[in-house]
Design a protein around this ligand. Sequence first.
Ligand SMILES: O=c1ccn([C@@H]2O[C@H](COP(=O)(O)OP(=O)(O)O[C@H]3O[C@H](CO)[C@@H](O)[C@H](O)[C@H]3O)[C@@H](O)[C@H]2O)c(=O)[nH]1
Length: 459
Amino acid sequence: MERWPHVVAIAFPAQGHVGPLLKLSCQIARQGIRVTFVSTASVHARMLQASGDGDCCCWGEIERATVLEGMEEVKDMGDKEEVAETRAKVMSRHFQELLREMNSSRDERVTCVVADATIGWAFEVANSMGIKRAMFWPTAVPGLVLSLSIPRLTEAGMIDDCGSASKDTAIQLSPELPAVKATDLLWRCPGDQLRQAIIFGYCMTVNRTVRISNWLLCNSFYELDRATCVLIPELLPVGPLTSADGLGSFWAEDLTCLNWLDLQPPKSVIYAAFGSIAAFSQNQFEELALGLELSGRPFLWVVRSDFTNEDEIRYPDGFSERVSDRAKIVSWAPQEKVLAHPSVSCFVTHCGWNSTMEGISSGVPFLCWPYFADQFYNRSYICDTLKVGLELEAGEAEIVVSRHKIQAQLERLLSDAQIKENAEMLRGMAKRSVSEGGSSSTNVRHFVEQLKRCSEAGP
Ligand SMILES: O=c1ccn([C@@H]2O[C@H](COP(=O)(O)OP(=O)(O)O[C@H]3O[C@H](CO)[C@@H](O)[C@H](O)[C@H]3O)[C@@H](O)[C@H]2O)c(=O)[nH]1
């Protein structure tokens, strides 16, 4: 019987995880691999609804399958740990059933499970069924090295059982990389110990996941992360994972902002967007609004309906009228297209890794305002290592950043010629890595070739 490789991809059910894995899935599918993308029914429904006509170009090339949310079995919705554990248990059980069903009802057996590193259970399931495993690391590569170092750091007393470190801690992952500060630990969630415990728990499973994985993939490119890649030689950077067609978006993109951008002068617009999770206090939201106003420049601001901790979005008095001739506010933007637009001058960001890679791909300088977890490390990476941005926030969620600080940092950023030059250089490197023969596209090709060989060899 003729075999074709069949990859089953599954991500943690959140925008920042589903998006990049779906983009990778599409690349693999375009190279002749059969791909089934697995998520929860609600995630699939959101993506389909967001793409308007119920479909977007890549879905034609990949199949969809669903696993249960796990929410059905959660007893106490207020207990975040219980929610996380129950969901993992239920999803894992259903994922196993799904794989069994696929293996029994198709001519081709599943060749490989490609899964996000945050769902260690998917690797356990695939391992127990003798299916090959590719781990996808969704954030900055040094974060992977940091996660792999947890046992050593705990043993040396540098971090405690909750992943916290004393203020003056500096973790040297490699002589080539700046030391990781206590405030930049991947799992750090200021003011939310429970969330930190959950993320630290995910990071602790990474050692095991790496051990049982046949491939390690990440959303970066070799030239960007050379110093870290030498620490994990088997790592295959396959990024930046981008797609300009809104693939995998959970919200409908407001395309009117592209027409608005067309009307603005080149490199004039401040783009402010904080990913899919970050939520501001009302006070902080107002300072941001007033800081953008004080900049005196045109701005495009993404304000999700759940962007503040209040029931509804409330702008400062008179704000909307005062900025109406130079502001565009949308609830979800076609971010990659926006960042690539010639009118955009800089990116005010929470430093989510996808936003970081998308900003790097477009050569925009960053004004960094991290909110939780890997975003603190990404901020330092952007500002201190890559030198393509400035920071805005001191690292504690409860500290309000004033409108004047926002205005001052925007001015500094936009007049910094070196940052612009560095950003432009990275843009070129990112573009080369994904073009024909570039490091990332070669890595994807090698991965695909190996999958094809595996499938020829059989299970
Ligand atoms: O108006 C918008 C705003 C965002 N996006 C997209 O949404 C994604 C957001 O991803 P990311 O920047 O990584 O932010 P989060 O949604 O916050 O992602 C979570 O997942 C990431 C990957 O693990 C982590 O780096 C983050 O800290 C974590 O919060 C990106 O692809 C953006 O292009 C849009 O398309 N339109």
